[in-house]
Write a protein that binds this ligand. Structure first.
Ligand code: IPE
Ligand code: IPE
Ligand code: MG
Length: 243
């Protein structure tokens, strides 16, 4: 689809959901669904950036996902660890700056080192930012930001009166613009602790398909729907409405 005359979002979020059900419905293990989902994240990310969108956030593992079986958690950890090299190559090929959001606790030193390396190596790229949310939870992000700010207040580096939305945003995991369009696949209509702060005025879109089946056409449909939304941000366009 040609996007050139469309008012596209700056920041698109994806809640990558339905990998497990995708696999189970095919008589496969849930892990196969995670593999497929990962490959599709790369495909969709590449397509979305090619359309001029500047920021993508992808939710791949939540702080709550530790409630799953050890077998599934281990698989997801190993999947990410095994794919870090592939992620680095992908980002170089597509000239994408990759950043990671999430708690560092529960991640191995090897993974943390590889993540840091990816962030450093890809920091040379401008214009396309891929925010990979792994071991991410919005509540912990807000709590972590509050702690950092409190430390600075205690040390006299920040005055309480100076704390406002702009300052607070700077203490979140990444300095990103607000999410304009949030897409959650699989038909679930909830946010599951993803970017609560950043989604305050996001438009939500809930396609029924599972993430491994989310393709270019599905993204085009999301964009068409997005362009039809009237984003008022609490205001009123009096030119449009009669008083
Ligand atoms: C999304 O797929 C990936 C993660 C949350 C890690 P799910 O694993 O949640 O798949 P469903 O929702 O059970 O089908
Ligand atoms: C949300 O999906 C987390 C990620 C996509 C990483 P879940 O499948 O974990 O969410 P719930 O449990 O259905 O809310
Ligand atoms: Mg799910």
């Amino acid at each position: 689809m040609d996007y050139s005359n469309l008012k596209i979002p700056t920041h698109v979020g994806f809640i990558v959901d339905g990998n497990g059900r995708w696999a189970l419905e095919r008589g496969l293990n849930r892990s196969k669904g995670h593999e497929e989902g990962f490959q599709n994240v790369k495909k969709i990310t590449s397509y979305v950036f090619s359309k001029g969108i500047k920021y993508i956030s992808a939710y791949l593992f939540s702080t709550e996902n530790f409630k799953r079986s050890k077998k599934e958690v281990d698989f997801l950890m190993n999947l990410l660890t095994g794919k870090l090299k592939e992620i680095l190559k992908f980002c170089h090929d597509e000239k994408i700056k990759a950043v990671f959001s999430g708690r560092k606790e529960n991640l191995s030193n090897k993974v943390l080192k590889a993540m840091k390396n990816i962030e450093e190596e890809t920091s040379i790229y401008e214009g396309r930012v891929f925010n990979i949310c792994f071991n991410y939870g919005s509540h912990t992000e807000i709590v972590d930001a509050t702690k950092k700010i409190s430390e600075k207040v205690k040390d006299g580096e920040i005055n309480i009166e100076d704390i406002d939305e702009k300052l607070f945003s700077k203490y979140l995991y990444q300095p990103l613009p607000p999410v304009d369009l949030m897409i959650r696949t699989s038909g679930e209509m909830r946010i599951s602790n993803f970017m609560l702060w950043q989604c305050s005025y996001a438009e939500f879109y809930f396609p029924k398909c599972y993430f491994p089946d989310f393709n270019y056409d599905e993204f085009d449909k999301a964009i068409i729907e997005y362009t039809k939304r009237d984003r008022r941000f609490g205001g009123i366009d009096y030119g449009k409405k009669s008083s």
